[in-house]
Design a protein. Sequence first.
Length: 81
Amino acid sequence: MEKTENYLPSLITQTPMEGRELAIKLSRKSIAVIQTDGEVRKRLRHEYANDTKQLIASAQVIAIEFQTIAAANNYWRNEKN
């Protein structure tokens, strides 16, 4: 098996914004694992970029990833501002 970059050393982030950015990254990486051909992903981008249902589904995936990250970070309750 090919060695891959460890893009997920931890779910712990310093802020909710970092958590959201991580959720987006995880969602994008998941799509790349499912559809390994970058040219196909590029070709399909126009279709889902113009389809409300597909955009909402993409947002739901990011929201689910964010829920996982937020839970791992104890919802940033200990954040000091």
